[in-house]
Design a protein around this ligand. Structure first.
Ligand SMILES: Cc1cc2nc3c(=O)[nH]c(=O)nc-3n(C[C@H](O)[C@H](O)[C@H](O)COP(=O)(O)OP(=O)(O)OC[C@H]3O[C@@H](n4cnc5c(N)ncnc54)[C@H](O)[C@@H]3O)c2cc1C
Length: 103
C-alpha cells in the first residue's frame, strides 16, 4: 500500500482530524480535491502502485490501453471549472480507431 499524501501535521494541531480516503480512483481523488479546498488534512491509501483506478492507462510494449474510461461524460460548467482549477492538463484526441462487431 502507498500513502500518496501525508496529513499536514500543523492542521492536526489546529484540531482538524485527518480524513482517510480508501482508493485513489476518480472518486477518491475527487474527495481529496474537495478536502484540500476545504483545507482539511487527509491520507489517500491506494493498493496499487499509482493513482487512477479504472481510468489508468497501461502500456504493453509500444501499445497503450485505457483500462476503462477514455472520454469525459460530464460537460457541466462546474466540472470543467474543477478540472481547470485542479491543474490537470487534459488533451483532446481525434478518434482514429473503432471496434466494429458484425454478424
Ligand atoms: C469498461 C468501462 C469503460 C468506462 N468508460 C468510461 C468513459 O469513457 N468515461 C467515463 O467518464 N467513465 C467511464 N467509465 C466509468 C469510470 O471509469 C468509473 O465510473 C470511475 O473510474 C470509477 O471511479 P472510482 O474512483 O469510483 O473507482 P475505481 O476507479 O475503481 O477506483 C477505486 C480505487 O480504489 C482502490 N482500492 C480498492 N480497494 C482498496 C483497498 N481495500 N485499499 C486501498 N485501495 C483500494 C483501487 O485499486 C482503485 O484504484 C467506464 C467504466 C468501465 C468499467
Amino acid at each position: 500500500m502507498n500513502t500518496v499524501r501525508i496529513e499536514d501535521a500543523e492542521k492536526c494541531k489546529l484540531g482538524k482530524k485527518p480524513v482517510i480516503i480508501l482508493g485513489a480512483g476518480a472518486a477518491g481523488l475527487g474527495a481529496a480535491g474537495a478536502l484540500a479546498l476545504a483545507d482539511y488534512p487527509f491520507y489517500i491509501i491506494e493498493q496499487e502502485d499509482g493513482p487512477g483506478g479504472l481510468v489508468r492507462t497501461d502500456s504493453v510494449g509500444d501499445f497503450w490501453f485505457d483500462r476503462a474510461g477514455h472520454f469525459i461524460h460530464s460537460r457541466t460548467r462546474r466540472f470543467r471549472s474543477e478540472i481547470r482549477n485542479s491543474g490537470v492538463k487534459l488533451e483532446q484526441h481525434r478518434r482514429v480507431s473503432a471496434v466494429i462487431i458484425e454478424d
